[in-house]
Design a protein around this ligand. Structure first.
Ligand code: FES
Ligand code: FES
Length: 161
């Protein structure tokens, strides 16, 4: 089997992989990182969204063999000093999750958005989350949660000037 070196959640990984193994299968079955969820397995639902070099991708569509030297971040990377990331807290506080199946993907898409656009408007939030389907929430609370974090981050950076 071919060998691959990549970084997952800041940790260097050296593994043998089958050429047809998807990143989603690799994360869930070989790395025991089960945060990214399998919804459709064909790139339609966004439940499997992770960051590849900081950009959201559908892990079900990416072959891990193509990721030599790349950096992958999953929802498990959001935990900070054993506490929740501000986005996770905002999702909880705003009641943004119901069954929670879409949550990991939503959080990773939102993280990528806030890194590029720290104070997004509603349209920017909705556009960034357009590839993440939620069958329960109606999206309003999710959008509000992302908006709150963006606003708080903007306030923090203004206070620290
Ligand atoms: S499981 Fe990957 S997009 Fe649906
Ligand atoms: S909270 Fe159930 S799919 Fe989004």
């Amino acid at each position: 089997m071919p060998n691959i070196q990549l970084t997952i959640n800041g940790k260097p990984i050296d593994a043998e992989v089958e050429p047809q193994t998807t990143l989603l299968d690799f994360l869930r079955e070989s790395m025991d990182l089960t945060g990214a969820k399998r919804g459709c397995d064909v790139g339609d639902c966004g439940a499997c969204t992770v960051l590849l070099d900081g950009k959201p991708v559908n892990a079900c569509l990416v072959l891990v063999i193509r990721l030599q030297g790349r950096h992958v971040d999953t929802v498990e990377s959001l935990m900070q000093n054993n506490g929740l990331h501000p986005l996770q807290k905002a999702f909880v506080e705003n009641g943004a999750l119901q069954c929670g199946y879409c949550g990991a993907g939503m959080l990773m898409s939102a993280k990528a958005l806030l890194e590029e656009t720290p104070k997004p408007n509603e349209t920017q939030v909705r556009t960034a989350l357009a590839g993440n389907l939620c069958r329960c929430s109606g999206y309003t609370k999710i959008v509000e949660a992302v908006h709150c974090v963006g606003r708080d981050m903007a306030l923090d950076s203004e206070e620290n000037r």
